[in-house]
Design a protein around this ligand. Structure first.
Ligand code: CP
Length: 306
């Protein structure tokens, strides 16, 4: 089926605001970029800045590559040397950046829903793209995950997608379960029960990992988010790997056509065996590569709204 590539929205802060048509349109546009399509947004300069208040390699740098591929002017921002250090708030930082002419702000912050006060501002006019808010949402990661799955299977209908690990602290899991279920996939969960929440039952069902690994089309493994744990976890790396990790032995039980995914960074030999990262069934490197193209499509969608 053909989907309209000309997606347009003012901000992207959560996958919940996207229609299925928009999701498929963004995937289609990202695929076109991957196949060499080009797009010139405007004759006048467009300024974009990436504000990362939490550590990042993939999201930060692939947004930067995407911005440069689209010919945007990237204004550097370092939270550790900005006026945030003098007590300036996130709101006042965005008020300033918007006033000096920044058109798009990509923001990652540990505070869930940090973006609400920015979207409600009567003065801040730049497009806001959420690069991850606490345990809330990670829309561009979800879209690149969906692109990777769609490239592999050409559909979401009827697919069995396993989301495994530290689900309750994962913005990737939350965004993915919402869209995958809406697009027709069956979502299953596994991992430590302490990191599982009954609210996830809206989107899928919990299964023991050794059962799940045999039926899943996609094994989406998650990093243990130590930075969001308020109490010490009881697991050694070895125990976690044995009980909840994709070990080589478990990977051997997967269906032949099933794929392994992980948003990364990967703790090798914890959530999955280190040598599976670059294995034949792994799409982890493809996910990283697709991140650039999906972020180009998201940037184009906000600029289409100008
Ligand atoms: N997957 C992801 O968000 O990675 P980074 O934290 O490196 O951006």
């Amino acid at each position: 089926m053909e989907y309209d590539e000309s997606v347009s929205f003012n901000h992207l802060v959560s996958v919940e605001s996207l229609t299925n048509q928009e999701v498929l349109g963004l995937i289609r546009r990202a695929s076109a970029f991957k196949n060499g399509a080009s797009w010139t947004p405007s004759n006048k300069p467009i300024f974009v800045t990436n504000l990362f208040f939490e550590d990042s390699t993939r999201t930060h740098k692939s947004f930067e590559v995407a911005e440069k591929k689209l010919g945007l002017e990237v204004i550097s921002f370092d939270a550790t040397t900005s006026s945030i250090k003098k007590g300036e708030t996130l709101y006042d930082t965005l008020l300033t950046l918007s006033a000096i002419g920044v058109d798009i702000a990509v923001i990652r912050h540990s505070k869930e829903r940090y973006y609400e006060e920015l979207l409600n501002s009567p003065t801040i006019s730049c497009h806001i793209i959420n690069g991850g808010d606490g345990s809330g949402q990670h829309p561009s990661q979800c879209l690149l995950d969906l692109m990777t799955i769609y490239e592999e299977f050409g559909t979401f209908h009827g697919l069995k997608v396993a989301i495994v690990g530290d689900i309750s602290h994962s913005r990737v899991a939350r965004s993915n379960m919402q869209l995958l279920q809406r697009l027709g996939a069956s979502v299953y969960f596994s991992g430590p029960k302490d990191w599982y929440d009954s609210s996830f039952e809206t989107y899928g069902h919990y299964l023991p990992l050794d059962e799940l690994v045999k039926i899943a089309d996609v094994m989406m493994m998650l990093r243990v988010q130590h930075e969001r744990h308020h109490t010490e976890t009881n697991f050694s790396k070895e125990r976690y790997h044995k009980e909840y990790g994709l070990t080589k032995q478990r990977a051997g039980q997967m269906k032949k056509e099933a794929i392994i995914m992980h948003p990364a960074p990967v703790n090798r030999d914890v959530e999955l065996a280190g040598e599976l990262v670059e294995s034949k069934q792994s799409r982890i490197v493809t996910q990283m590569r697709n991140g650039v193209y999906i972020r180009m499509a998201v940037l184009q969608a906000v600029l289409n709204n100008n």
